[in-house]
Design a protein around this ligand. Structure first.
Ligand SMILES: [Zn+2]
Length: 1035
């Protein structure tokens, strides 16, 4: 049928509609109108309405009870607005009815039609202004009270849906709250919980309450970090405008879908398609003459190895501290502290920022020791004392003798003296016990936490009760970094837990007791910024054993968390440590992560999320530490490097720790060189040494990613070990390792940034020498290597991934990027060495936590300034990677279902090193043992590995595909909503992912147990006969 043209046609249609005698002819007319409207412009629709179209429609529809047509028409917001303006709301609302047993279909259709009209926010506000909200609530209550046999659940659901629409506007939310909606919904929902048939009403009601819960600015003085650091060349407080106290006047109507994550974000748009930007372009970003300064960072090339003939005396050209000899006496500690004074101090003049193992005079050591109370531990032994330190050392000795455990590559006294050189903004003077004492991984690997049924719902109910029964809420500040009277003092809070976070890597800004055993915790923003909340690390004490305490971290900012999928925070108990179990363990039950009712002080338009977990402590009055992930401080690293330096045989292992540069705060950024000393001083051996390719490894550019440090610890320890594979690696390569690219961030408890409030992994394109010195000099050093013809064979930057499982690599491939982006460029003519995939293939075989299917090699525009992409493109390193390690655990292989511990992370670091050997087994003629080791590493079936990598485009924080409802704006109403289509698409994606997962699992389960049952040594000494058959040329 041809579309009617001009006014005449529409009028005719409307007339026909109004006078249609039967449903059939009316439907025909409606179809025509529908066509007209869906193809039509606003002007045409407007014209129709002005001709009395909506009246005509409504009359006709009401007459025939064909209310669903309104829903169809209202799929266009414009039509909904126009219908609303023409009394549509009133006409439809009249069809609502209190509880009845008749005309149920009409009532349901009317509610649905009303809901459809509310698609328009203008109509929502009209409905509020006309007082319909109170009527809606009364109707809901009436149906609830009278629907005793639960026969009218669809109508009750429809009413809830309708109120959801109302709640899309701030006026609607306010009206729902003002009319008592929250308590009505809360009470009715409590009864639903007891009746299985009413289950389908619970979730919509809970989500509606969450939506309506009035936004409350986070209870802190300002969104800004309480720590600021004056940046060179910048105004003291110029980094962010203080938005001042919240005035509550912000109107907010832009929040129909306020989730900050867009799962359909088009990653393909992000792929780099400019071939010129995908080609390596090794040319320095600075004058060549500036590169000369990096000569000193290659001491192995200029070393004369005189000591090969003599004893183990060390070269003293090291520009950092020489290794300590294991005898950390008082003299030495004092000497080191006084030296530290020469450096740049961040603390106010006159104050003593050094850390000492002191006791104050009132508590002579022997007495304290005999009445050791765990809760006093840090105060008596680990705090800063301005008094004489005579005697304390021997007391610590006795304590360590009595309680100490032998933790490999850790020494508490060395840690304490090392920490005294660490410069923090707050001038930390107290050591966290776990860092001082050390950590051993527990014997067994811990399973992922089971998610109890409806855990989020239960937690949300508790939150809603705060609003409904405000008088039951304690709301008492018990810890505040800005209030010295609330820092670890027991006075005034006898029935409260005590909190503390003023130590290295600590992050907890404020703790508020909300109920007798429930605390809200507020994290501090990164230094000089107002954002990046995720990392926490704090001490808690004063607990009663066996009582569940609920902790709510209320200012998380990410849209989802692995905590919804089995991940737990970690806990360390001082009492347990003193009893011989110095373990960080996964802890916490009833864990969930969801959007809450708090918002930043600076604006209601952003939102916060709650990470909630419940901890039941084992001991009364213990001192415990809770952290987002296994802490690893800067002082840990420095101690570790000193221990390693001291542990290697200098005749065999060339280990040199140097200062790459100083950070903004004046801490040293270490660069470590590890390689094998030449067999002799003969020219042949020295020549072999000087021709070894370089491998450059970096980690911890993001301070909150402590997992990266544990992986790096595994790499460093392995490379320094006596393992024959490690020996071969040292003979094959010169390792240049910068284990912590962001020391200042780590020290000050940041999550993402450096002191300049910038993400250092977005500075690689043009690093500022003053503001990003560690990146500037790492890049300069890489250019230097490039300029002397020693471009690294491999570059890898270790990271942690907060929303994915497993460990995996991101690399760079021009061809894969072009393929994936659908580019029309003929890639056949482009040459690309496939060697970028070798390491991932090897790791998939030898590293249980590693997942080849999670890897990808796509170059995204948004990552153009990351280490991986810049080192690949500008330095010309073909194998340039980001290695991402999960915070949670694995969903494949033999670690499936288990959370990773530090042992598994260290193992990953070891395996990564081992995988490097496979790159060189064809080219090294020098050691038959090396060839044997390299081949044995790969003694596996190659056929299984020839599949494409999974296309996960995200680098750091992708949306989590798992189906757990954690937010408030998801589809709750099934087929009634247009969201169905989205859901169908989503489930297709999930199916696909499921397939990948299965394929991977199958493959892994065939292979990995073989490796794991045997130790690394056995694995690597498979008979060489087997290796000869291997086709290794494709690797
Ligand atoms: Zn990272």
């Amino acid at each position: 049928m041809a579309a009617p043209s001009g006014a005449g046609g529409v009028e005719v249609l409307l007339n026909t509609l109004q006078n249609a005698g039967d449903n059939e002819s009316m439907l025909k007319v409606l179809n025509v109108l529908d066509e007209l409207l869906s193809a039509g412009t606003d002007r045409r629709i407007h014209y129709m309405i002005s001709k009395g179209g909506s009246e005509a429609l409504l009359t006709a529809l009401v007459k025939s009870a064909c209310l669903w047509v309104i829903q169809v028409f209202c799929s266009s917001v414009t039509t909904a607005v126009l219908l609303g303006r023409n009394r549509g709301l009133d006409v439809v609302f009249k069809l609502f009815s209190s509880h009845t047993t008749k005309h149920l279909r009409t009532v349901k259709a009317a509610v649905d039609a009303f809901t459809a009209l509310l698609r328009s926010k203008v109509n929502c506000r009209t409905a509020v202004a006309k007082g319909y909200i109170s009527d809606l609530l009364k109707l809901y209550e009436d149906w609830h009270n009278n629907d005793a046999s639960f026969e009218n659940i669809p109508i009750r659901r429809a009413l809830l849906h309708c109120m959801h629409r109302v709640a899309n506007t701030s006026a609607g939310r306010e009206a729902l709250v003002a009319e008592g909606g929250m308590s009505l919904l809360f009470q009715t929902t409590q009864t639903y919980l007891t009746v299985k048939t009413l289950e389908s009403l619970v979730e919509p009601a809970v989500q509606l309450m969450r939506k309506c819960y009035p936004k409350v600015p986070i209870p802190v003085t300002s969104d800004k970090s309480i720590y600021s650091f004056p940046l060179p060349g910048r105004p003291v407080d110029g980094w962010v405008a203080d938005l001042g106290p919240y005035d509550g006047s912000l109107e907010d109507d832009s929040d129909e879908d306020t989730e900050n994550e867009d799962p359909d974000k088009d990653y393909e748009d992000d792929l780099e398609t400019d071939v010129n930007k995908l080609r390596p372009r090794p040319e320095p970003d600075r004058p060549l003459e500036q590169l000369g300064q990096y000569v000193r960072l290659c001491p192995e090339l200029h070393h004369d190895f005189q000591d090969l003939d003599s004893s183990s005396e060390l070269d003293d050209s090291s520009d950092e501290d020489s290794p300590l000899e294991g005898d950390f006496n008082n003299e030495k500690l004092r000497g080191r502290r006084s030296q530290a004074g020469k450096g740049k101090s961040l603390s106010p003049p006159g104050s003593d920022s050094s850390i000492s193992l002191g006791v104050d005079d009132k508590n002579p050591g022997s007495e304290v020791e005999s009445h050791l109370q765990t809760r006093d531990f840090h105060k008596h032994y680990l705090n800063c004392s301005e008094h004489s330190q005579e005697g304390h050392s021997s007391m610590v000795d006795r304590l360590l003798e009595k309680y100490g455990t032998c933790i490999p590559n850790h020494d508490p006294r060395l840690y304490a003296s090392t920490a005294s050189d660490t410069k923090s903004i707050a001038g930390y003077s107290i050591l966290a016990f776990p860092d001082f004492w050390g950590h051993l991984p527990p014997q067994i690997q811990e399973p992922m936490a089971k998610r109890p049924p409806h855990v989020q719902r239960k937690n949300v109910f508790k939150d809603i009760q705060r609003l409904l029964c405000a008088e039951d809420i304690i709301n008492k500040d018990v810890f505040d970094l800005e209030d010295p009277s609330l820092q670890g003092s027991t006075e005034g809070c006898p029935n409260s837990l005590r909190f503390f976070s003023k130590f290295e890597s600590g992050n907890l800004r404020k703790a508020i007791q909300v109920r007798s055993h429930e605390y809200d915790l507020i994290l501090n923003a990164d230094v000089n910024s107002s954002a990046h909340y995720q990392w926490f690390y704090f001490e808690v004490s004063g607990m009663v054993a066996g009582v569940p305490y609920r902790f709510n971290v209320i200012n998380c900012e990410k849209g989802n968390s692995q905590c919804n999928y089995g991940m737990q925070p970690v806990l360390y108990s001082v009492r347990e440590a003193l009893e011989g179990r110095p373990h960080w363990v996964r802890s916490g039950s009833e864990i969930s992560y969801y959007r809450n009712h708090f918002c930043p002080r600076g604006g209601q338009n952003s939102q916060f999320y709650t990470l909630t977990f419940t901890v039941t402590f084992l001991h009364d009055d213990d001192v415990c530490y809770l952290a987002y992930h296994y802490p690893y401080t800067y002082s840990n690293l420095q101690t570790h490097l000193k221990m390693l330096e001291n542990s290697v045989d200098p005749r065999k292992v060339f280990f040199r720790r140097q200062n790459l540069c100083d950070t903004l705060a004046g801490n040293s950024c270490s660069l470590v060189t590890i390689t094998a000393c030449p067999a002799s001083k003969a020219w042949k051996d020295l020549h072999q040494l000087r021709n070894r390719p370089c491998v450059v490894l970096t980690a911890r550019v993001h301070p909150g990613e402590s997992n990266a440090s544990w992986v790096m610890k595994g790499t460093l320890e392995f490379l320094c070990s006596d393992d024959p594979v490690a020996e071969s690696l040292r003979e094959a390569y010169i390792f240049k390792i910068i284990p912590m690219l962001n020391p200042d961030g780590v020290i000050n408890g940041n999550n993402r940034c450096s002191l300049s409030a910038e993400d250092l992994n977005r500075q690689w394109l043009k690093p500022d020498p003053i503001l990003s010195p560690t990146i500037y000099h790492t890049k300069g050093f890489l250019y230097y290597l490039n300029s002397i013809g020693r471009t690294p064979l491999v570059f890898c930057d270790y990271h942690g991934h907060s929303r994915k499982k497993n460990v995996f690599l991101y690399g760079c491939s021009m061809k894969e990027t072009l393929w994936q982006s659908g580019s029309t460029i003929n890639t056949a003519s482009l040459k690309e060495d496939p060697g970028y995939r070798t390491i991932a293939k090897t790791l998939d075989r030898i590293a249980p936590a590693f997942s080849f299917n999670n890897c990808n090699y796509l170059v995204e525009k948004s990552r153009a300034s990351t280490a991986r992409v810049v080192v690949w493109r500008e330095i010309g390193v073909l194998r340039s990677f980001t290695m991402e390690s999960t915070y949670n655990g694995c969903n494949q292989g033999i670690y499936k279902g288990l959370q990773t511990g530090t042992r598994e992370m260290e193992e990953m670091g070891m395996k990564f090193s081992q995988s490097l050997l496979t790159l060189r087994r064809n080219s090294i003629q020098y050691s038959s043992r090396l060839i044997h080791n390299a081949s044995a590493l790969l003694d596996l079936d190659d056929r299984l590995l020839d599949h494409k990598s999974n296309n996960c485009f995200e680098d750091d924080e992708p949306p989590c595909p798992e189906e757990i409802q954690y937010s408030s704006c998801t589809d709750l109403f099934g087929a009634n909503d247009l969201d169905t289509e989205v859901n169908v698409n989503m489930s297709r994606i999930e199916e696909d992912e499921g397939k990948n997962e299965r394929r991977l699992t199958d493959r892994k389960s065939q292979q990995l147990p073989h490796f794991l049952q045997q130790g690394a040594m056995e694995t690597l000494s498979i008979k060489s006969g087997q290796c000869n058959n291997m086709d290794i040329s494709n690797i």
